[in-house]
Design a protein around this ligand. Sequence first.
Ligand code: ADP
Ligand code: MG
Length: 196
Amino acid sequence: MLKLSYLCKSYDFEVLQDICLELPDRGFVAIAGESGSGKSTLLKCISLLEDVTSGEIFFNGENLTALSKGKKDEKRGRIFAYIPQSTSLMEDDTVDKGLSYFSDDCNKRIAVLEKLGIADKKDEIARNLSGGERQRVAIAQALLREAPVLLCDEITANLDPENAEQVHAILKELSKERLVICVGHNPQTLKNMPTE
Ligand code: ADP
Ligand code: MG
């Protein structure tokens, strides 16, 4: 279980104030907020990419905020996958080569690409991929790392409606086995995400 306890984050002003949340091991959580409201900051704090100003983050009872920097780096890699709006890939590598940094098991890589519907892009050079395909590769990286928590930062904002719907359907399916947290600025988009 992921628990946020009175999480605060300030830069030169307060962005997040006393966020308290308890989220289960599996399921789909959508968080909507207007641009600049602190959605990315929240996801970066949860995934330990940013230090919080105060408050705690617990994962399965362990206080992650109390850990040393080295331990935080280790936990970040094992627990969280933060997927940004625009994914940077190794542009000159093929999809499969890029994924080999995340798993050296070729069969596993193929199985994940099949699950995400992009097995035919295995040998494509990353820079030739469409936006939707790139987001799927980013999700594939997270799956190969076996991250139990996926943090999706407006990942369908740049996609056309059809691709956005497909990525939402994938996330929904993945949320049967892990926690998927999606943030977006458009509550309507989040509302249209498949719920069953
Ligand atoms: P959202 O993702 O909801 O659009 P952000 O979390 O990116 O919002 O930003 C929330 C606020 O924090 C904004 O006013 C933004 O300018 C500010 N902010 C974000 N990151 C930094 C930073 N590294 N340094 C200073 N201010 C920041
Ligand atoms: Mg943002």
